[in-house]
Design a binder for this molecule. Sequence first.
Ligand SMILES: Cc1ncc(COP(=O)(O)O)c(C=O)c1O
Length: 401
Amino acid sequence: MADLDRAFATRAVHAGERASQKDYTPVVTPIHPTVGFLYDSIDDLDAIFDTAREGYVYPRYGSPTVAAFEVAMADLEEGEAAHAFATGMAAIHAALLVAGVEAGANIVAALDLYGATHTLLDRLLTQLGATTRFVDVTDLPAVELALAETDPVVLVAETISNPLVKVANLPKLANLAHRYGAKLLVDNTFASPYICTPLKHGADFVIHSATKFIAGHGDVMAGVVVTSAEFRQELYEVNKLVGGVLGPFEAWLALRGLKTLPLRMRQQCANAAQVAEWLAGHTKIARVNYPGLEHHPQHALAQQLFGERGYGGVLSFEIAGADKATAFRFMENLELCLPATTLGDIYTLLLHPASSSHRSLPKEERARLGITEGLVRLSVGIEDANDVIADIDQALRKLSV
Ligand SMILES: Cc1ncc(COP(=O)(O)O)c(C=O)c1O
């Protein structure tokens, strides 16, 4: 009933809002796009500010839809707690700060990290006074030497690296990092918790670009760190000030995406394996990188870490004798696979690492890593693998190499 003691303008602002939800529970977590939260007494608000009771005061400090996504991620990664961020890069940045990165601190990091992570370490954090030593994390004696020589606060690695899909020996890296007093931060974006849960192998922080397999549909940007309750509290304190928070609409999409993660990953792993096998037998392909192939240098390790679940949905391959222009023509020839600068979606996506994800690396650095001008990264979707293969086949046929 309208409260006619109040003017139309007042009712227009307040009508319908704040319906009690105390006697029912929605099956699906609603999107809560509110900036403010009201309580019966201001003492309640005060207690929440004081962390004496749980609740929400302002979305930069936390909000219900985001919290639901965090609970789900902590659950799937088998961690104590999770903190969500606006993007994967915001998550990595905050996790590095909480791991102890500050002026004067040393970091040891994998050579072939995602380009922006490499640049964050090598440029932005370097400008602020931290120093990063990059090392091939598949070379354990080299990792140990770097740890011994630099006494770092953190060792940074990707479970499956981008774009060369090398597999990190997480249990051994965790042992080494801890022996030298460093934390292990693992970017698990390419693997997803469906095939690997790094905390179980000793990692201290697991981060995701949830933009990728976690959300899975190419329609949202999100990031998350899964860690101990203690570190989660520190992440919260950092993000309260820095403000790279996930919005409620994005949290809802990411949470919705999680529900089909096992189905999507199962299909994407199977499809990627089929496409990798086919590419490995093609005369115009010089090299295929996929941990599921027996010739992959870490195939046995991948079997041990990932078990029966598969080897991920991403592979990379080098077109024989191709320069940048040839790689570009190949991508333009595709009719089904999409040349988009992302991965982990239900759609099959291609990218030219040298000119996109790893563009910010100096050319010599790319060459040293093996990111050549003819290298293409393929993130296989959930389409029928035979259609994906037919599309790549016709695009390769049109090349004169
Ligand atoms: C392995 C990996 N980590 C982190 C990121 C950064 O994530 P976002 O783009 O969500 O900031 C990406 C983005 O492509 C990535 O591939």
